[in-house]
Design a protein around this ligand. Structure first.
Ligand code: COA
Length: 264
């Protein structure tokens, strides 16, 4: 699509009822590297500048993953300063998505882990295929969620469920995600995008202006989130000063279990 320049990691299509952005890095299960985040930023700005009044759907290419997290290969060698910048960068783009003036829908087709779950949570509506899997596995890599997950997960599913998911790092299936309110609807495998388009179609009967106003009010209720976001970025960066981050990420890249040292 010319309006967005040459995109390498995203595919953007204009449907009658919605703009669809697909993350297109199937070889890495659509993991979010800096290129994906930069292109997402560009596309969101372009759609906003253009005054698009269509809903926005975000999905991942292929059936295996929506997004399997931030790119671990890219993060493994980051300094604490680079990690702070990376966290703030991701937070800024996801906040831009959250404040997009039209309805945003995540069509989750497979893994939505770490930054992938954080991306889905920055959307207004989440529709999951039955094979979708959700989680915040960061603690198993020696880090914490850094793209707003510590704040949005608690807001969406309550602190008790957020603590369970973030501290255990466990993965949940689509039905459990539905039960705790992380997703709005579960559909058959391969049908998430279709259902997201159906949902978008129903929105076309509503006032785009009123929708934009309603979104502003609903998200204005998240008082204190800015402080939480700043703390999250600092704590995320702090993890990169500790040996567990190197061990956790190197272990993932070497396809082995991490060996975190425990004292006492
Ligand atoms: N960053 C970078 N690369 C990733 C990735 C990530 N977050 N998630 C998956 N990949 C890559 C793998 O390294 C692998 O690449 P390779 O084929 O060059 O070896 C490819 O995607 C396929 O993943 P693989 O692990 O072989 O698939 P699987 O079916 O065995 O497991 C997952 C799927 C999602 C369970 C597993 O990939 C995983 O745990 N990913 C990391 C999830 C995570 O911790 N995310 C949070 C990051 S903060």
């Amino acid at each position: 699509m010319e309006r967005f320049g040459n995109l390498e990691t995203l595919a953007v299509t204009q449907e009658d009822v919605a703009t669809v952005i697909s993350i297109a890095r199937q070889e890495a299960l659509n993991a979010l590297n800096k290129a994906v985040l930069t292109e997402l930023d560009t596309v969101l700005d372009a759609l906003r500048d253009y005054g698009s009044s269509k809903p926005l759907i975000i999905t991942g290419e292929g059936s295996r993953a929506f997004v399997a997290g931030a790119d671990i290969g890219e993060m493994a060698g980051m300094s604490p300063e680079e990690a702070l910048e990376f966290s703030r960068f991701g937070q800024r783009i996801f906040s831009k998505l959250e404040s997009f003036p039209q309805v945003t829908i995540a069509a989750v087709n497979g893994y939505a882990l770490g930054g992938g779950n954080e991306l889905a949570m920055a959307c207004d509506i989440r529709i999951a295929a039955s094979n979708a899997r959700f989680g915040q596995p960061e603690v198993g890599l020696g880090i914490i969620p850094g793209f707003g997950g510590t704040q949005r997960l608690a807001q969406i599913v309550g602190r008790a469920n957020a603590l369970d998911l973030i501290l255990s790092g466990r993965m949940i299936n689509a039905q459990e995600a539905l039960r705790i309110g992380l997703v709005h609807k579960v559909v058959d495998e391969g049908k998430a995008l279709e259902e997201a388009l159906n949902y978008a179609k129903t929105l076309m009967n509503n006032s785009a202006f009123a929708i934009a106003q309603a979104k502003k009010v609903l998200y204005a209720g998240s008082a204190g989130k800015d402080d939480g976001m700043a703390l999250e970025a600092d704590m995320f960066s702090g993890c990169f000063k500790h040996p567990d981050q190197r061990e956790g990420m190197n272990a993932f890249l070497a396809k082995r279990k991490p060996d975190f040292k425990r004292e006492g």
